[in-house]
Design a protein around this ligand. Structure first.
Ligand code: GAP
Length: 440
């Protein structure tokens, strides 16, 4: 089983992910993507967008503002209920999310229940707790030059509301037929009490969400279809092993305030089986709330029957950071090769930061370097994501490219000068074949 520490260390060593504000000693719950992490993240997000939006005829994209009218969060219920149970150890004054420090405690735990269970403090080991308090996770800011109660606004805690608030705009400009979906990718912010496990629970993260609008009596069949699409996406596009993906039917007592049914898709992460994403049946909860708060009708008029009604909504909600962790932990492999252990990221080629690495066998032979540059330019013109490496010896170059997941290494040697063929080495099998560069 891959250990989280191995992935964190590879990410740092090879420039995938660094702790946020590293130079100042970090900033809890924030992470920065380095050159390779940025490429991996973009590949994941672009593949998602292509799969869910570009390749379908029933999906439309939006890109809404992060800071929204605060009425949004009153209507959505976040102002009143988007809170986690916070508890303080009265001995060491550590503050924790109550449901995360012992098994069998849920988000709705009361002070009495918590005190009866009386878990040990994860920091000092004592068992002396204060009351449970509800802690709202939305980050507050002030908009405009006056800092008072009237200027309070929030960084969005989910991208979903930017979709709901644009539902009417999309209907009135695009005239889509039901069922249809609106998708959005972007940052979300949550003041998590205990950010933990690398990027798994961060305070600033990226979501990819779809609100899929359906006829009220057709919610079940659409829910099932979207769930199936999620599995297909994970297995086929993200290369996640089927046996590590599990559906968890969330019981009513644990569901978010807006949901009548939720399935969490869980994944066997290095930290254990945890939520990768969720798919929720949000009914007409959000559109009705917007109608009430804005005074504007969110009804949809059926083009054939002329009937007007408020659509119901199925929401597949993905987190990019958790998907990156799932992809990296599935790809991360340590194995014996030629008498030593190598680390290799067996990423699907569509997600790998670089598709090819091109090298001259020796960097002090100008004729090899010249030919290698030609092949490099030829491949860059075709695939863009091609890297050049002439450092160290060829064995070291292979190990470096293995670690960053480059599927093919192309080496220009003396035979290339004779017959034009190059050595192509496969990342996963380490097998080498000779090919003409045009065949790559
Ligand atoms: N709009 C619904 C919604 O936001 P959620 O279950 O709270 O639902 C959806 O979040 C997904 O966003 C999660 O399944 C997870 O992948 C990701 N996510 C949520 N909180 C996160 C956090 N603090 N850090 C990283 N990812 C998070």
């Amino acid at each position: 089983m891959t250990k989280l520490d191995d992935i964190v260390s590879l990410c740092k060593r090879r420039g995938f992910i660094f702790q946020g504000s590293d130079v100042y000693g970090g900033f809890a719950g924030t992470w920065d993507y380095g050159p390779l992490g940025t490429m991996l993240k973009r590949n994941i997000m672009n593949t998602w967008w292509h799969y869910w939006v570009d390749a379908r005829e029933d999906m439309y994209g939006v890109d809404a503002a992060i800071i929204m009218n605060p009425k949004t969060w009153v209507a959505s219920g976040h102002t009143a209920t988007f809170a986690d149970p916070l508890v303080e150890c009265l001995e060491c004054h550590g503050r924790f999310r109550a449901d995360k420090i012992a098994d069998g405690i849920t988000e709705s735990v009361t002070t009495e229940e918590f005190h009866k269970i009386n878990p040990k403090c994860p920091t000092c080991g004592k068992q002396n707790w204060g009351p449970i308090r509800k802690f709202n996770m939305m980050f507050q800011t002030h908009v405009g030059p006056i800092v008072d109660a009237t200027s309070v606004a929030y960084l969005r805690p989910e991208t979903a509301q930017g979709i709901f608030t644009n539902y009417k705009n999309v209907v009135d400009t695009i005239y889509p037929s039901l069922p249809f979906g609106i998708a959005q990718q972007g940052k979300a912010f949550r003041n998590e009490i205990s950010p933990r496990d690398f990027v798994f629970r961060s305070r600033e993260f990226e979501q990819m969400e779809i609100e899929y609008f359906v006829q009220p009596d057709k919610w079940q069949e659409n829910f099932d279809k979207l769930l199936e699409n999620c599995h297909d996406f994970f297995e086929r596009e993200m290369g996640l092993p089927k046996e590590k993906i599990h559906d968890y039917e969330v019981p009513a007592s644990d569901r978010a305030h807006y949901s009548d049914r939720t399935i969490d898709i869980e994944f066997d992460f290095p930290i254990g089986k945890e939520e990768l994403m969720g798919i929720a049946y949000r009914t007409d909860f959000d559109l009705q709330n917007i109608t009430r708060e804005s005074g504007k009708s969110m009804e949809y008029r059926d083009k054939i029957t002329g009937e007007s009604f408020t659509p119901h909504v199925i929401e597949p909600s993905f987190g990019v950071e958790r998907l990156i962790m799932a992809v990296l932990s599935s790809a991360y492999t340590e194995e014996e090769l030629d008498g030593s252990t190598r680390t290799v990221l067996k990423l699907p080629a569509n997600l790998a930061p670089y598709k090819f690495c091109v090298s001259p066998l020796l960097k002090n032979k100008p004729e090899l370097v010249k030919k290698a540059k030609e092949v490099y330019e030829q491949l860059r013109a075709k695939y863009t994501y091609v890297t050049w490496d002439d450092s160290g010896n060829i064995g070291k170059r292979y190990r470096k490219q293995d670690e960053i997941g480059t599927p093919k290494c192309v080496v220009i040697d003396f035979d290339t000068l004779e017959d034009g063929t190059v050595t192509v080495r496969d990342r996963d099998t380490a097998e080498q074949i000779r090919l003409n560069p045009d065949e790559l």
